[in-house]
Each structure stands twice: as structure tokens, then as C-alpha cells.
Design a binder for this molecule. Sequence first.
Ligand code: GDP
Ligand code: MN
Length: 393
Amino acid sequence: MEVHEFQAKELLEAQGVPVGRRVVARTEEEIGPALDRLGRDLAGYVVKAQVHSGGRSRGHFPGGSAGGGVRCAATACEAEKLARAMLGRRLATAQSGEAGKPVAAVLVEEAVPVAQEFYLALLLDRRAQLPLLLASNRGGVAVEESVQEHGILREWIRASTGPCQFQLRRMALALGLAEEQREEFCSIARAMGRLFWEKDANLVEINPLALTTEGRFRALDAKVVFDDSGLFRQDAIRALRDPSQGDWREERAERLGLSYVALGGTVACLTNGAGLAMATMDLLQAAGIRPANFLDLGDSAGVESVTEAFRLILDGDGVRCLLINVFGGTMRGDLVAEGVLRALAGKKLSLPLLLRLEGPAAELGRAMLREHIPGVKIVEDLNGLEEAIRQGI
Ligand code: GDP
Ligand code: MN
């Protein structure tokens, strides 16, 4: 689960990471009073659109004002204007795609003069099965390019001890930090570690971690991603969820105990079981076809779940074709067919449908679908499915 930058900064600040003075406005009416609280005579302001996406400064507002989602303002009045122009619009970034994400809130910060920008992140390295601390002295908006060219410092961290002093000192030296800055750097990294462990995070990232012209560190941007599997014991974190930022179908599926994943292609897929879902994705991929989404029914879905599931995939973005690949172990074929037909609610299916349905009462299920969806293409088994996909569905 992701949270907004302003929420990530609050969590980091609570652990002792230096973060700038700032205010948040969620509505137009809150903008003026927020700037009053921040102060209207500061030397400069930074206005930042709050969306669950990186690369905001290089993003744009389709059909809206020019400029990205991170803007500098010389006066409070200008900051107010920028905040008004961002709030409620959609911000498109390289990560979010052209559809963009709605700006749910605006963060206004006191601008600080920056001498150098660092990248510092703690993330779970699944291959090493250890947390990994990454750092670079060329942080900022172009960090990906700079890592390609100059590499990045790595320290694997033992979960039992957290980052060790010698590891942090080694990193501080490799980053070229002056003696006065090394201890502050180490304490920031340790604070990130506490947040990571205490709140079940998968990623705690500060980019840029700025060194100000006064020689102090300050987190100018922050991103924290939490492990979904840990949320059951993190009530305070769960409460930070902003449903406006995700694909609403993913949220809805989760509430129903199903899992829906949006993938951006054209074929909507209904399957049962994570393994079969992955195998289906592989079959499509191997044929050069991009899935629009997949919905995994699991193994205990009833008619109502199938109905909701089919509605969700039908409604997915960019869907031009449907694929049902269900191998019913405990799931009856007639139940799957019943759910699909209920989702259509008597309406004609206007998209092509490819069906592979096996398991108990599969023959009955296929017959029901053949009767009500005349264009349905039914394959008998996995080989038939593979062949149909290879031919472009
Ligand atoms: P991102 O594009 O979504 O990663 O947005 P960031 O929050 O990282 O902001 C983009 C860039 O704006 C940063 O890399 C900084 O260079 C700059 N920036 C953000 N806040 C400040 C600030 O308070 N002072 C100065 N001088 N620059 C800032
Ligand atoms: Mn950033």
C-alpha cells in the first residue's frame, strides 16, 4: 500500500528525520488558511501535488495549466494560485500514464536553498531476502539516469540488528560527506530503518535528501510503501489509504475477497487460482498479446462473486476481448456460467469471448454459455486454449 508524500513525511518526522515546514490543503477553502499558518513572508515556497506516483515534477496536467506537479513560487500569493490550479485536477506522469491520478491534496513547503541532492532508500531485496540500503550523491529527479551511469552504493542490512554503525559510516565516507555531516546522515538512515521495521514497510525512500547551503540535511521528497500482508496489524497505516489513487476495481475486488490486477492491455481475463492466472498471463505474453487485467476468483467463489468478478473485468480500461480460463477443482462449471450470465443481465455480449472451462459440471456450464452467448469460442482443454491464443484469440 502506498501513501502520499505528506503522510510519508509525517511518519519520517516522527522518527526524527529532518523535514521542512509545511502545510496540507485538501480543499480550495483550506488553501488560504494553510498559507496563513505556514507564513506569508517566507523567502520562497514549493507547491506539490499529492498523488501516488513518482516523477511529478516532470508530469503535466492534461488539458490544464502548464507545468508539472512540483512548482516553486516566490510569494505566498503565487503559491496559493498554483495550489488552486492543481487541486482536483489529474496529474499525468511517466508512471501513471496519460490518464493520470487525481490530485487529492496539495502540500505547500517552505523552499530551502539546496547545495547537493542525495538519494537514500531502504527496501526489501527479495533475491537476497534482506533489507537493502541504497545511496547516491547524485539524487534528485534524474536519479534513474545517474544510477545507470554512475552506479549506486549498497549495504545489505540484517533484520536482527538494523543498519550497523560501520555500514553507515562506510556509506557516509563513500558519499564524500564532510565529518560534520556524517553523524546526521547515520541518524537519518537509522530512523528510516525504525520506520521500515516498526510499520512493516517494503520501501522507505528519500529523494532528494538535500544538503542545504547551511550544511544541514532535509528530506525534500519521501515515499513509503507498506507490505499489504502486514496491514492487518497496522491500524494507523491502514487508515492512511486514499482510495482515489488506486484502480477502484482493485479496491472493490479486495473487499469481495477476490484479486483484480489492471495491466494496461486489451484482453480481460477471469481465472481461478494464482498459478492458473500467472500461467494464463504467460500464454498471452508468449503470443505477444497484452492482458488488460486479470481477476483471480480463488477457489471458493460463489455465484455472486463470479457475477461481480465478471462485471469488474468487463468494465476494465481498454478491454477489447474476454478470456475465461477456469479449471474447477471445487468450483462447479454451471456456477461459473450462472455468474457470467447474471453479470450480463440479459444484455448481449458485444466483445469476443474465449472460454476454457473444466472441472465438475463443466459440460453443463459450457452448454449454458453456448446457449446465451452465441459467439462464444469454446476450447476443450489447455492445448486448445494455447492454440486459440496463438491465433490471436
Ligand atoms: P518528484 O518529481 O515527484 O520526485 O518530486 P520531488 O518532491 O522530488 O520534487 C522535485 C524536485 O524539486 C526535487 O528533486 C528538488 O530538486 C526540488 N525541490 C523540492 N522541494 C524543494 C525545496 O524545498 N527547495 C528546493 N530548492 N528545491 C526543492
Ligand atoms: Mn522525488
